[in-house]
Design a protein. Structure first.
Length: 397
């Protein structure tokens, strides 16, 4: 069976509460001889009671728990867990809506699907795998085979994209590419009746920000007759929804020229010859500094300002500065959609940063909606850290 890691006395409580991480400080030393990063291990209490099975990893999180049962991590395990993930997605309303067809969604969301270190997004017939741990990297071929088996024909191609997510100290050299099948030509998938070019080969994340699906649909409902500014637009998801919602004008801004090219392509894909849309490759703060006061619907969806707890203080200053720059220029009766995807920033901290910005701008605001990640990004109730996306919809008086 597997090598056994023993916890120090008094360090079992979190595992007994089914938290899926074992921190390095909880482990009794020395570790077993020959232990290699990524291999499955058993975790027991100081007196030998079995607690969990998981992947060993060098770092502050030493074990990511795969099961609280004393079982083998084999092909059958992957098939069962992935079948469970598919079952949950099939239960969700978006999966079977005929009026707003969707084949873009998250299929595996790490700890939320009891598969810590693994993210899988689906784009039509292609699944894109991201490994965030060495253990999941080593199991990538078994995961890809199981995924194709349990998808009942929905997944024909599996692409592996983990170059930027694996621990850099692990010295892994595996190249990105297809593990199952292959896909030539344009990569186009559908989200709620709208079509998008998906760049899983070189784009950010797995090629698209699938976690804003519900929030994009909400924005569409606010867009009619408004002048919309979509900051940090990436590939223009919010912009395309705003156009379908009847916006008078939509401006998309991103620092990346490639993102702007994809935004223009996605607008053209859905609205050929559209004249209501403009896109600019420009720094967000610079653009807001000269944007004027004619935008009455603004989206602020920046990349994570804090990826670690040590960066939270500076991140909160960044959120305050960004929201102040927008709020100080928005006319009365405007609506602001503002987000944080920084897991290290709590909802209360983000809300305080936004309202500090509102106070500094001397604007009265109302909360219309408090937003979060969609149901295909489930949160393990024993792992509240998985609730990372926070958003507010504000009416600016």
């Amino acid at each position: 069976m597997y090598k056994t890691l023993t916890l120090r006395r008094g360090k079992t409580e979190s595992l007994r509460r089914f938290h899926p991480w074992v921190f390095s400080g909880a482990l009794k030393m020395p570790l077993p001889e020959g232990l290699t990063e990524g291999e499955p291990v058993r975790v027991v209490s100081h007196d030998g009671e079995f607690l969990a099975v998981g992947h060993y990893q060098i770092g502050s999180i030493s074990v990511r728990v795969l099961s609280f049962e004393d079982e083998e991590i084999n092909d059958d395990f992957w098939r069962r867990r992935l079948a469970e993930a598919f079952h949950v997605r099939r239960m969700l309303p978006f999966f079977s809506r005929k009026d707003l067809p969707t084949d873009i969604h998250r299929l595996v969301h790490g700890e939320g699907d009891r598969l810590p270190g693994l993210v899988i997004d689906r784009y039509d017939q292609t699944a894109v795998i991201q490994a965030h741990s060495v253990g999941m990297h080593l199991e990538r071929h078994a995961i890809a085979r199981a995924l194709a088996e349990v998808s009942e024909g929905l997944i024909r191609n599996v692409y592996y994209k983990s170059e930027t997510t694996l621990p850099y100290k692990a010295a892994l050299t595996e190249k990105e590419g297809y593990l199952v099948g292959g896909s030539a030509g344009e990569h186009i998938a559908t989200e709620q009746g709208l079509r998008f070019h998906i760049d899983w080969l070189s784009g950010q994340k797995t090629g698209f920000f699938v976690d804003q699906r519900d929030n994009r649909l909400l924005l569409e409902q606010f867009s009619s007759g408004r002048n919309v500014l979509n900051m940090f637009c990436y590939t223009g998801g919010f912009s395309v929804y705003a156009l379908r919602g009847g916006a008078k004008r939509v401006v998309s801004v991103d620092a990346s020229e490639k993102a702007i090219e994809l935004t223009r392509a996605n607008v053209e894909l859905n609205f050929p010859g559209e004249t209501r849309h403009e896109a600019f490759a420009e720094d967000a703060f610079h653009f807001l500094g000269h944007s004027g006061t004619d935008f009455d619907l603004v989206i602020l969806d920046p990349p994570a300002f804090a990826k670690h707890l040590s960066a939270v203080r500076n991140a909160l200053k960044g959120y305050t500065r960004l929201n102040h720059a927008a709020l100080s220029r928005m006319p009365a009766g405007s609506v602001l959609f503002t987000f944080s995807c920084s897991q290290a920033v709590s909802p209360s901290q983000f809300r305080l940063a936004v309202f500090t910005a509102a106070a500094q701008a001397r604007r009265h605001v109302r909360i219309l909606h408090q937003l979060h990640q969609p149901a295909d990004h489930p949160v393990n109730i024993y792992h509240p850290e998985g609730e990372y996306l926070k958003g507010l919809v504000l009416e600016v008086e």
